[in-house]
Design a protein around this ligand. Structure first.
Ligand SMILES: [Zn+2]
Ligand SMILES: [Zn+2]
Length: 115
């Protein structure tokens, strides 16, 4: 079940990705390997939104850890709005300073669980 949803997310993100470039996280700008790819609704589905952007799972989680769906829809419906949030801009500065394998380590347990 989770695997099927994951594949759909990856296919959807690849549609609007430039041909050879890896998918880039709209929040932190680093490239995203398929295992870490999430799609974020800029306006949450529950609030009627349809547009999605690719994000690292860790970046995506951070957004939802800080903001409710109502706040996202009302005050943070674009990436620029999100980056203007002080806690999110601090998170982005922090995650950008991490080595490439940082998110690998974070998600290893989930990958192992699926085996
Ligand atoms: Zn990211
Ligand atoms: Zn989201």
């Amino acid at each position: 079940m989770a695997g099927r949803i994951r594949r759909k997310l990856i296919e959807a993100a690849q549609v609007d990705a430039p041909e050879k470039d890896p998918v880039a996280c709209r929040l932190c700008g680093r490239s995203i390997t398929p295992a870490h790819l999430d799609l974020h609704h800029l306006v949450p589905k529950s609030q009627g939104g349809r547009e999605t952007v690719p994000l690292h799972r860790i970046c995506h989680r951070q957004i939802h850890a800080l903001l409710t769906e109502k706040e996202l829809a009302r005050d943070y419906p674009t990436i620029d709005d999100l980056l203007a949030h002080s806690d999110i801009s601090r998170f982005v500065a922090w995650i950008r300073s991490k080595p490439e394998d940082f998110s690998e380590r974070t998600f290893k347990s989930q990958r192992l669980r699926r085996k």
